[in-house]
Design a binder for this molecule. Structure first.
Ligand SMILES: Nc1nc2c(c(=O)[nH]1)N[C@H]1C(S)=C(S)[C@@H](COP(=O)(O)OP(=O)(O)OC[C@H]3O[C@@H](n4cnc5c(=O)[nH]c(N)nc54)[C@H](O)[C@@H]3O)O[C@H]1N2
Ligand SMILES: Nc1nc2c(c(=O)[nH]1)N[C@H]1C(S)=C(S)[C@@H](COP(=O)(O)OP(=O)(O)OC[C@H]3O[C@@H](n4cnc5c(=O)[nH]c(N)nc54)[C@H](O)[C@@H]3O)O[C@H]1N2
Ligand SMILES: [Mo]
Length: 762
């Protein structure tokens, strides 16, 4: 087998069992599920100890999602959730793998394991190398590993032939040093997981509101009149958000859930941390559930905008005229543009009934403090940026930004993906930031934008880039178009992964490959100046400290900061103007530098000692819009113009309840009623009927894009409440079908939520 074949995820079935989807999330089952998960891999006492420290002041930040921690009192049994426990159980696994494991298993054999089995192999415990032509990884010393990287990087004709990827679990300190190394080395090829995730949010929000982050705090969510939750599945992916939704409801707020799937967590929530609530059956969450068709969101929002302006003409008291006049730009153009659209056509394109539309409209009409929350259901489409800009139009019309209980809430994914961008992981960083680097370090960083994820894959495919280094992540299968990406990786001279756990990307290698194992979030980071503290930024722009509590799983693993400093020191040698080894000894020094280079980090070390952390400045939060016009910008957005051919379906690739991105915790998706299987396709029952397909029938999927055909085999059909012509499968099994050339305009996010496919019986 070659590297490309290693990327192939097994097409064998396990043992599907389908039950009725649930309509209530969390509750006792969530506790059982997390304890069971933890008990499999950790000693019970350790599991309890770790969960008590999770997201507590002075404890460690959950390596799961980026949801913010409460500023004030935190729950006494740990500010945790079911999937947080799974994330730490995964990291705190008892088994470790090193020389003997890799001696036993050839890459060809590991590639036949499914991703659940690969992940379960254990924590990576020592650095490993795959030499050219070898069938097995073998141990390598840290010094030799850094030398190999240095040799490859320094042999390149141009620094732009190297790619430096980051996944969003990396802390601020490691991320800052990594980008500094990359810039001093001479390139801006800094792709990161954001490019596949919330890039559209950053892009749309920067353009319209002058800051690429959300504007709300946790407190705003509690105080909002209306929360619109769009294209997001909080019970699975941000379970701690449900407590905020519960508080909002308690304060009289209304929730509108816009999603092609009636996700359990949007409907009802039983707080596992409130025993009394568990007896009474929980809190009803969504007041209105809107079963929008996939990518019908611009159409739905436009329909709302049209009716709001109609009502404004009638009554004159719908929009916030004072706000529009003082704080916004482009209103007249926006209104003129909207006049071209017909309400009925928009509503039809959204797939939503008039009855449901009217319910939503009444709520929006009668309330002024609105928050829009969203995630991948909006960002992974061709018109992802429009999706978000259109929602901003709605907020601006209502003056619903920069005041208590109102604003934007892109719910970020990885636990520090937002922080990584703040400290400089950016292929197109602003010039002001680059100038600061020059001023501080005395070298001129390259200012032309580098490769983001898609351009990186293409560059490797075309052999324009020859070295790939990944700081965390599972690039080969998180990226779109698995076969194309695997070929890109195989074309490299050297691929390097800094990782905690074995994953498929370690099998999809260049001619030579390195696995560099590092400490996880929950582990103590011992350096010369003592045990180190690190920092992360939440989805709401709060920077807080995180400090490991567990002994490292092996004495041969080092911290991410140490890996970066080691690579930089060996690669740059006499060329560098930076004392890399000093940083490694004392992370306070890294923070002193972040303070000098990045805006908003004044007195960083001191303020990090505040147990609740500190808020970064946020213009939109105080109605200071850092846009070209100095005002919040209305925008003009078209309806998406794609059409399905006869027999085509539009497919979204989503997460099950038992996975963290490409890390598969288990084979169930409890809330959706799926057990022991991931190779399923959720289909509308009428679509099944019209194609003569039956429950659990095995089918193959085909996507045709620009004349190119991509296929994925063996999926079992599950009839589901999903709008007609729409279907859903799990990521990453169907990444093979996501065309490399199908991406969002402006921000180039792969369109993982709108892939046109056809299905054929096996
Ligand atoms: N436990 C756990 N937590 C996680 C993750 C994980 O894998 N596991 N991943 C983390 C990461 S990196 C991220 S980015 C987030 C992801 O968090 P989510 O965005 O919630 O994750 P997805 O499963 O991609 O779900 C997308 C949701 O959008 C809906 N959707 C799809 N297409 C459309 C559309 O066109 N319109 C609308 N309105 N809805 C649509 C889907 O039905 C689904 O409910 O979660 C983070 N947290
Ligand atoms: N089809 C489809 N594709 C998608 C998506 C989708 O919805 N559909 N979602 C996209 C999104 S939103 C994202 S964010 C990307 C995710 O893309 P990535 O971030 O690249 O992938 P992950 O699966 O999160 O990476 C998991 C690996 O990270 C390593 N790891 C875990 N913790 C640590 C740590 O503390 N340090 C280090 N160094 N390594 C660690 C482990 O080895 C683990 O195997 O995937 C994208 N791809
Ligand atoms: Mo993400």
């Amino acid at each position: 087998m070659n590297s490309k074949e290693h990327a192939k995820i097994t097409e064998e079935f396990s043992d599907l069992e389908v039950k009725k989807p649930m309509t209530n999330s969390a509750g006792l089952k969530a506790i059982f599920s997390s304890v069971a998960q933890a008990a499999k891999y950790m000693k019970p006492l350790e599991a309890v100890k770790l969960s008590l420290k999770l997201n507590q002041k002075g404890g460690f930040d959950c390596p799961g999602c980026a949801w913010a921690d409460p500023d004030g009192k935190r729950s006494s049994i740990g500010e945790y959730c079911e999937n947080g426990i799974k994330a730490i159980a995964e990291e705190a696994q008892k088994d470790t793998i090193g020389a003997s494991f890799f001696e036993k298993y050839a890459l060809d054999e590991l590639a036949t394991w499914n991703d659940f089995e690969i992940g379960k192999a254990g924590r990576l415990a020592e650095p490993m190398v795959l030499e050219e032509g070898a069938t097995h990884y073998k141990p390598i010393s840290w010094v030799d590993a850094f030398n190999k990287i240095s040799k490859h990087l320094n042999a390149l004709e141009s620094p732009d032939e190297a790619i430096f990827y980051t996944s969003g679990r990396t802390t601020n300190e490691a991320a800052f040093l990594y980008q500094l190394f990359v810039r001093e080395f001479g390139t801006t090829n800094l792709p990161d997981c954001s490019n596949m995730c919330h890039e559209a949010s950053g892009s749309a929000l920067s353009e319209t509101l002058g800051i690429g982050k959300g504007s709300v705090t946790l407190n705003d969510l509690h105080k909002a009149d209306v929360l619109m939750i769009i294209g997001q599945n909080p019970a699975t992916n941000h379970p701690r958000m449900l407590s905020a939704l519960e508080k909002c409801k308690k304060n009289g707020g209304k929730i509108i859930a816009i999603n092609p799937l009636p996700e359990a967590g949007l409907m009802k929530f039983t707080n596992p941390q409130k025993p009394l609530k568990m007896l009474t059956g929980g809190t009803k969450l969504a007041d209105v559930y809107v079963p929008v068709r996939i990518n019908g969101d611009v159409a739905f929002t436009k329909a709302l905008l049209i009716k709001l302006l109609e009502k404004e003409t009638e009554t004159g008291n719908v929009t916030d005229k004072e706000f529009i006049k003082t704080y916004t730009h482009g209103y007249e153009d926006f209104v003129k543009d909207l006049e071209q659209y017909n309400f009925e056509e928009c509503l039809k394109a959204s797939g939503v009934s008039r009855e449901i539309f009217d319910e939503v409209f009444e709520i929006i009409l009668n309330n002024d403090n609105i928050i829009t929350c969203w995630a991948m259901g909006l960002t992974q489409h061709k018109n992802a940026v429009d999706n978000i800009r259109e929602l901003v139009n709605l907020l601006l019309l209502k003056g619903s930004i920069g005041k208590m209980g109102a604003g934007t809430c892109p719910v970020r994914g990885h636990s520090n993906v937002q922080g990584d961008r703040t400290v400089g992981i950016w292929d197109a960083a602003p010039q002001a930031f680059l100038d600061k680097i020059e001023e501080k370090y005395g070298f001129k960083p390259k200012s032309e934008p580098g490769y983001a994820v898609l351009e990186s894959i293409k560059a490797m495919h075309e052999k324009k880039a020859k070295v790939f280094i990944g700081l965390g992540g599972n690039f080969s299968i998180a990226a779109p178009d698995t076969n194309y990406t695997a070929q890109a990786m195989a074309n490299c001279n050297l691929t390097v992964h800094v990782s905690t756990k074995l994953n498929r990307s370690h099998l999809v290698t260049g001619k030579e490959a390195l696995i560099l194992p590092c400490l996880g979030r929950s582990e103590k980071d011992y350096q010369k100046s003592g045990v180190q503290t690190l920092s992360v930024e939440s989805s709401m722009g709060v920077v807080s400290s995180t400090k490991g509590v567990k002994e490292p799983c092996s004495d041969k693993i080092i911290s991410e900061v140490a890996v970066v400093c080691g690579m930089a020191y060996e690669t740059l040698k006499d060329r560098t103007k930076i004392d890399w080894l000093a940083y490694q000894d004392d992370y306070d020094l890294v923070r002193d530098d972040i303070e000098e280079v990045v805006t908003g980090f004044e007195a960083f070390n001191k303020r990090l000692q505040n147990p609740s952390g500190f808020y970064l400045p946020n213009g939109a939060r105080i109605r200071k819009f850092n846009t070209k016009s100095g005002k919040a910008e209305f925008s003009k957005n078209k309806l998406p113009d794609w059409k399905l051919k006869k027999d085509e379906l539009i497919m979204m690739t989503i997460r099950s309840h038992d996975q963290f991105n490409t890390t598969i915790y288990g084979m169930n998706d409890r809330y959706r009623g799926i057990f022991n299987e991931r190779r399923v396709i959720f289909m509308n029952r009428e679509d099944m009927k019209s194609r003569g397909l039956e429950e659990q029938q095995v089918i193959h999927l085909k996507s045709e894009y620009d004349g190119e055909i991509r296929e994925a085999h063996n999926f079992k059909i599950v009839g589901y409440d999903i709008p007609k012509d729409c279907c859903a499968t799990y990521f990453p099994e169907t990444n093979v079908l996501v065309p490399i050339d199908s991406y969002a305009h402006t921000c180039k996010t792969p369109t993982s939520k709108s892939i046109k496919i056809t299905v054929t019986p096996a």
